[in-house]
Design a binder for this molecule. Structure first.
Ligand code: A3P
Length: 293
């Protein structure tokens, strides 16, 4: 495969971005959302794929079983803002989705969401993951995903993470921005990766209650089994093995799937500095994200 140079970050309306997520900007901003669309919004590496798969199974596991084995998840749930030469844009894939509801993924911070989602009162599922594990996962992902900037070495990466110099900007602004939005926009379900790890059945029930779905006990059990880390890692439709620009020999997309892997990466000094900085940036006592379960 042709090796393109790694992209560089630039400031885009106050958020660090790379070209493949801003090149299609006007089309993305003019995206025509529908009232029954479901937008899955996350900071990168917060569990987007996991929740996308659960949603896809809830809606289409029974009705479109052939799609489950023939269409990779990232096509069933297009990535709205992505635009890469020689591939269809996420926006075009979303427009062409044959299903209702359409499940659409985004990593955009809340202020960049196309206005039609708000106007149409579309449902939004936001997933947050604790900053430490999120940073570790993003670091490994940057190493294997050639469309992202080179993450460099861990210590400098962690400093950049704290400074918001990441693709899609500051983790702190992202999780806080979406949390604030939840206070005024009722069609937003805010969930946590750590809660899913702790009890995926309970979290699926909450998700179903938000969406007005009532799957049978057997169906929920089937979805829980299909969406375990090990099963998703084995499944070529969910493990991103069909994506050319990811080198899974460097680090697999389905890497560890744990809470607390940060302990294997943070030094004591890094952890102290991180905690101090975290307190300054995360002042809302209601937004608590666990670093262990
Ligand atoms: P790790 O790198 O810590 O393993 P995203 O889909 O937002 O890119 O997030 C990817 C992260 O979610 C990876 O974290 C991946 O392993 C984890 N993940 C994906 N599916 C999972 C599952 N079924 N259970 C637990 N973690 C999962």
């Amino acid at each position: 495969m042709e090796v393109s140079p790694r992209p560089t970050l630039f400031d885009f309306h106050g958020v660090s971005m790379i070209k493949c997520f801003t090149d299609n900007w006007d089309n993305v901003q003019n995206f025509e959302a529908r009232p029954d669309d479901i937008l899955i919004a996350t900071y990168p590496k917060a569990g987007t794929t996991w929740v996308s798969y659960i949603l896809d199974l809830l809606y289409f596991g029974q009705t479109c079983p052939e799609r489950q084995v023939s269409v990779p998840l990232h096509e069933r749930v297009p990535f709205l803002e992505i635009s890469k030469a020689s591939l269809p844009t996420g926006k075009d894939l979303a427009d062409l989705l044959p299903t209702t509801p359409r499940l659409i993924k985004t990593h955009l911070p809340v202020q960049f969401i196309p206005k039609s989602f708000w106007e149409q009162n579309s449902r939004i599922v936001y997933v947050a993951r604790n900053a430490k594990d999120n940073a570790v996962s993003y670091f490994h992902f940057g190493q294997m995903n050639k469309i992202l900037p080179d993450p460099g070495e861990w210590n400098a990466f962690l400093t950049d993470f704290m400074d918001g110099k990441m693709v899609f900007g500051s983790w702190y602004d992202h999780v806080n921005g979406w949390w604030e939005k939840k206070q005024t926009y009722s069609n937003l379900h805010y969930m946590f990766y750590e809660d899913l790890i702790e009890d995926s059945g309970r979290e699926m029930d909450k998700l179903c209650s938000f969406l007005g779905l009532s799957p049978s006990v057997e169906e929920k059990k089937r979805i829980s089994t299909l969406s375990t880390f090990d099963n998703m890692k084995q499944n070529i439709m969910t493990n991103f093995s069909t994506v050319q620009y990811m080198n899974q020999t460097v680090s697999p997309f389905m890497r560890k799937g744990k809470v607390g892997d940060w302990k294997n990466h943070f030094t004591v000094a890094q952890n102290e500095q991180f905690d101090k900085d975290y307190k300054q940036k995360m002042k809302n006592p209601l937004l608590k994200i666990r670093c262990e379960v």
